[in-house]
Design a protein around this ligand. Structure first.
Ligand code: NAP
Length: 282
């Protein structure tokens, strides 16, 4: 099953994973089942955060989904910037580990840049790595200047990934963040790959192009979109699916392959927006 090396970690990670934001609003048993089916079908990169449902997603959904299969999962969680002091980060990580009923995370991210000194958060991340509680750490919603500061503090080869907004109608990262991360060997994990549910419909020109490519492969437009979003070795996507049918659909995209001509048609239908110099955040 298709994997890419996760930035500087040298660990192979499935290119399509599973998000968990807002799952606390969905049917709990259905969401747990969807995650379990996704894991069975190879969507083993699982993304969560202390923020989601104020810990409830980690505690009552993800913990149950990964129970008995922890070693198969590449488990990612995030510390809120308001907890980003040295002690705050250590404590937040402990709480996440307890809620998730595990002894380690595969990657731990600063959810977005905050007001506490980044040196302190990074020092805590490195302590957690040394103590065996983290396999790696990364950042989220970091622009190029913020990444530069982080690398200056941490040194090269320490930041595993930058998790950023990336979907067909929001490709701003391709201007600066993606090439910068590729040069620095930092994985780029695209969040909200379906626009948080606002997906190009069949009445739009882009939607029609997705549908025609999908039809040629017996696939769905969502699967075609996912394939486009992971077309480079640095890229990963983490769609969220609380319904089993969606988890199955996303997993099947692991075995879909698009031609260069099809990728070029999608590229033309969803142009990269103007360079505003700003990083888009959901
Ligand atoms: P998303 O993945 O872009 O879209 C989720 C929506 O798409 C849900 O309504 C889902 O339905 C639907 N869906 C999923 N698979 C589908 C399929 N195959 N066909 C049709 N519909 C499908 O939304 P997101 O939750 O915003 O982003 C994904 C993950 O990225 C989050 O869950 C979170 O883990 C992460 N994220 C991170 C940040 C950050 O700041 N780092 C910010 C936002 C998101 P059902 O749920 O009903 O199945």
């Amino acid at each position: 099953m298709e994997e890419h090396v996760f930035g500087s970690t040298a660990v192979n990670v499935r290119v399509i994973g599973q998000g968990t934001w807002q799952m606390e609003n969905d049917d709990r048993a259905g969401a747990v089942r969807a995650l379990q089916v996704g894991l069975e079908l190879g969507l083993t990169h699982l993304d969560t955060a202390e923020l989601y449902g104020r810990g409830r997603v980690e505690e009552s959904i993800v913990a149950e989904a990964i129970a008995g299969r922890r070693d198969e999962v590449f488990l990612v969680s995030k510390v809120m910037p308001s907890h980003g002091t040295y002690e705050g980060t250590l404590k937040a990580c402990e709480r996440s580990l307890q809620r998730l009923k595990t002894d380690r995370l595969d990657c731990y991210l600063l959810h977005w840049p905050g007001s506490h000194p980044l040196e302190d958060t990074i020092r805590a991340f490195e302590k957690l790595v040394k103590d065996g509680k983290l396999r790696s750490w990364g950042v989220s919603n970091f622009s190029v200047p913020e990444l530069e500061e982080a690398v200056q503090i941490a040194g090269p080869g320490r930041i595993a990934c930058n998790q950023v907004l990336y979907h067909l109608e929001e490709r701003t990262i391709e201007r600066n963040v993606l090439p910068w991360c590729e040069r620095a060997n930092i994985a780029v994990v695209g969040y909200s790959p379906f626009g948080n549910g606002d997906f190009p419909g069949p009445r739009t020109q882009g939607g029609r192009i997705l549908a025609s490519i999908a039809q040629a492969h017996g696939a769905t437009p969502h699967q075609v979109a996912l394939r486009f979003l992971i077309r480079r070795p640095s890229l990963f996507a983490i769609p969220k699916a609380s319904r089993e049918v969606h988890a199955r659909d996303n997993a099947a995209a692991l075995s879909l392959h698009l031609s260069a001509e099809e990728l070029a048609r999608i590229d033309g239908a969803f142009p990269v927006g103007p360079d505003t110099g700003e990083l888009s955040i959901i």
